[in-house]
Ligand binder design. Structure first.
Ligand code: KIV
Ligand code: ZN
Length: 511
């Protein structure tokens, strides 16, 4: 194999710029831990100057996560760079990533700077960053639409000023694979000290070419690929980590480059990102979609039964898809549950295990057969929850064809039981209204979805809700064999998040 390809994950920065969601700091830390466990080389943890939350997220990740380089993004100015320095101070391997746009349209209309000014800003920013970190990356935003002559001049200046990684973004997803590969090749050939730096690529998916462009760039000499889990990101998203890694792995005889990624962690990380962001993975998504290993046509099923390789170029086990076998039931104990969780990469604390165990036992009372997938869905609902300020004790609903649905719900707040009633347009709406009365909030429901985790009429239903409170979007997931209960649990998770966020904000402001 030739030189290893470094995987630079920007799920927490470019991915977090996906329309309509933000993550809280605990969630960012959980994602960063999963990325480090999957062995990505670099985690871009955020854009510290952009908000206090971003700075805190970067600081927490820098303090807690070991193994990967932790990068923070800065525009090419000293204030942005100083904010990154504050963010990554405690990182084991800190990196400052600074950027400025180099295309005529960006320089003229967005930056209102001349090419000479952009060049000066680049050199000054990289020099300033090098005072604080040995590892500095420079990106020329919109590089693929920039004048190659000017790009060479800017990159040359950045290398002379001390940048160790040079990134060539296709910011608007405009490039085609041949064109992009030719650009990378010519930059490497033309820039005198190109062999002193790592060439990096960063592709957006506006034309659906982000992965193809990244792989073409690898063949042209790029040795770092920037990408996000599930391909989430600005507009149509970024190049998808799992597709790049599995293309390099599955076709290693062709590409002759591998990554350090532990591929068996891919599926679980993908599920985690989907659970936290509430952005579903499309069923036919390459590598991690629900149908990626499903064989519907009889002729295909026949072939796969005879020899999997007839229609499967990689195995579900390689990316860590849990087997759907029946493993646990009513008589299984905590130890067996813990074992199953650990085999699937979940390492709960004792208190979390106890909570999951109780939910699991409740599920076994309703359902004889519990699959690994159902247990993992239940875990996602349980572990992804911020403190249970309000816990569901019981609910009752009455519906008829003539009267509006009426709900009564009892929640536990501390040691106190609180009950409220409300009506609504439907049973779920009535329950949500009753919860709002108890909590004293009226968030608006931005999205609601329900799906069966497995087949059968007693399947576990998984509800996902997104609610808006002010500028914040809060996500909740809940599972149950009863769709109304799953929907109620999901809403309660989202509401607990709002309460948690508000408490956090109060502590920040009033100490
Ligand atoms: O798409 C882009 O150009 C970026 C840079 C900041 C690297 O995200
Ligand atoms: Zn980007």
């Amino acid at each position: 194999m030739d030189e290893r390809i470094r995987i630079f994950d920007t799920t927490l920065r470019d991915g977090e710029q996906s329309p309509g969601f933000t993550m809280n700091t605990e969630e960012k830390l959980e994602v960063a831990r999963a990325l480090a466990a999957m062995r990505v080389d670099v985690i871009e943890a955020g854009f510290p100057i952009s908000s206090r939350g971003d700075l805190e997220g970067v600081q927490l990740i820098a303090r807690e996560v070991r193994g990967a380089t932790i990068a923070g993004l800065a525009r090419a100015n000293r204030a942005d760079i100083d904010a990154v320095v504050e963010g990554i101070r405690e990182a084991e391997r800190p990196r400052i990533h600074t950027f400025i746009a180099t295309s005529p349209i960006h320089m003229e209309h967005k930056l209102r700077m001349t090419p000479d000014e952009v060049y000066e800003a680049t050199v000054d920013a990289v020099r300033h960053a090098r005072r604080f970190a040995a590892d500095v990356e420079f990106s020329a935003e919109d590089a693929s639409r920039s004048d190659p002559e000017f790009l060479c001049r800017v990159f040359d200046g950045a290398i002379a000023a001390g940048a160790g990684t040079i990134n060539v973004p296709d910011t608007v997803g405009y490039a085609t694979p041949e064109e992009y590969a030719a650009l990378i090749r010519s930059l490497i050939e033309r820039i005198p000290n190109s062999d002193k730096v790592v060439w990096s690529v960063h592709c957006h998916d506006d034309l659906g070419l982000a992965v193809a462009n990244s792989l073409a760039a690898v063949q042209a000499g790029a040795r770092q690929v920037e990408c996000t889990v599930n391909g989430i990101g600005e507009r149509a998203g970024n190049a998808s980590l799992e597709e790049i890694v599995m293309a390099l792995h599955t076709r290693r005889n062709y590409y002759r480059h591998e990554t350090a990624i532990d591929t068996t962690k891919i599926y679980r990380t993908s599920r985690l990102i989907s659970a936290i962001t509430g952005i579903p993975v499309q069923p036919n998504k390459a590598v991690v979609g629900d149908n990626a290993f499903a064989h519907e046509a009889g002729i295909h099923q026949h072939g796969v039964l005879a020899n999997r390789e007839t229609y499967e170029i990689m195995t579900p086990e390689t990316i860590g898809v849990p087997g759907n076998k029946l493993v646990l039931g009513k008589h299984s104990g905590r130890h067996a549950l813990k074992n199953l969780l650990e085999t699937n990469g979940v390492h709960p604390s004792e208190a979390e295990l106890q909570r999951i165990f109780e939910e699991f036992k409740a599920l076994c009372d309703k359902k004889k057969q519990v699959t690994t997938e159902e247990i993992l869905a239940l875990v996602e609902g349980e572990l992804r929850t911020v403190p249970h300020t309000y816990a569901l004790m019981s609910f009752h609903i009455s519906t008829s064809s003539t009267l509006p649905p009426k709900a009564s719900i009892t929640l536990m707040r501390g040691r106190e039981l609180v009950t409220q009633e409300a009506t609504g347009d439907g049973p779920v709406d009535a329950l949500y209204n009753a919860i709002n009365r108890i909590v004293g909030l009226t968030p608006s429901l931005a999205d609601y979805a329900i799906k069966a985790v497995t087949g059968g009429t007693d399947a576990v239903a998984e509800a996902t809700v997104k609610v808006r409170d002010g500028d914040g979007l809060f996500i909740g997931r809940g599972t149950s064999t009863d769709v109304i209960e799953a929907s109620t649990k999901a809403y309660l998770v989202a509401v607990n998040r709002i309460v948690h966020e508000r408490q956090h904000w109060m502590t920040d402001v009033y100490g």
